[in-house]
Ligand binder design. Sequence first.
Ligand code: ATP
Length: 335
Amino acid sequence: MINFHQVHKAYRVSGQDIPALQPSDLRIARGEVFGIIGHSGAGKSTLLRLINRLEEPTGGRIEIDGEDVTALDAAGLRRFRQRVGMIFQHFNLLSSKTVAANVALPLKLAGLLSRSAMEARVAELLARVGLSEHAGKYPAQLSGGQKQRVGIARALATEPKILLCDEATSALDPQTTASVLQLLAQINRELNLTIVLITHEMDVIRRICDRVAVMDAGVIVEQGSVAEVFLHPQHATSKRFVLEAEQVDEDELHDDFAHVQGRILRLTFQGQATYAPLLGTVARETGVDYSILAGRIDHIKDTPYGQLTLALTGGDLDAALARFAAADVHMEVLR
Ligand SMILES: Nc1ncnc2c1ncn2[C@@H]1O[C@H](COP(=O)(O)OP(=O)(O)OP(=O)(O)O)[C@@H](O)[C@H]1O
């Protein structure tokens, strides 16, 4: 539903064009949670803000639901923006207005609802984000997580089809981040809302995204399903993000390799394979011994996965490798 065709953007600074996004193609399907990850200055905000034309592209075409949004006039753009909600890292709430008035603001601006219909809609939105009790409070009386919930309710006010999230959890602690991500996932499911989020944390991508694009210096260097990119990253930038998320120190791990004998493997399991007793079975059948050098069992969105780095010694090593290769796991021989 969101299609970028060779879209690019350069900012004009003191008479010079500074490229922020190189010509890029992107396809985001209706109802998916799509993540864009990159380090500071990679061009994530630029890409996100091009979607609702807060930034004008220097070239290329952006189609949303088949409509060329780069060609919209001012009135068309106003109508289009009601279909695209946005939330921000620092919430951008009006401090002089109550929670209810902040949420009502886009409805007032759209001017489509009577006062009573607007009040009913605000009550419904606040219930959805779990803030019914706080309608009369001011932003300063709320925690960061609650402020972002107000931001989410406000963004949903005009019943958008797309929600853009600009580092929406970067200012929050880990527990609050988890609860805001959970709320976004629930909204995605219940409203079939397409969510596009930008972040510099792979963990945010792992928890709620279906697909991801990795950006580096204005270029989308890799895109695919989160499982694909997270478990088998191809580009150096993606690999770095995954290592950060896994909190693996590659150098330390390689130091450990020096202390063990035998063949070193990394096995990656996904879905049902995560629960199969493969290691014990192969060890028994082939007589190999294994020691676990590193490991993690977790979830990518709702799918369980496991990744184990093993040293294998003794027994029939070739038979063990053949058994792993034939099983429902991904095997890399590291040494
Ligand atoms: N309004 C602007 N005028 C000039 N240059 C800009 C403007 N906005 C962004 N840039 C430049 O474009 C490049 C990409 O910036 P952008 O904000 O899109 O990256 P980002 O990945 O979102 O970074 P961050 O995570 O720090 O927000 C950077 O080099 C930035 O300095």
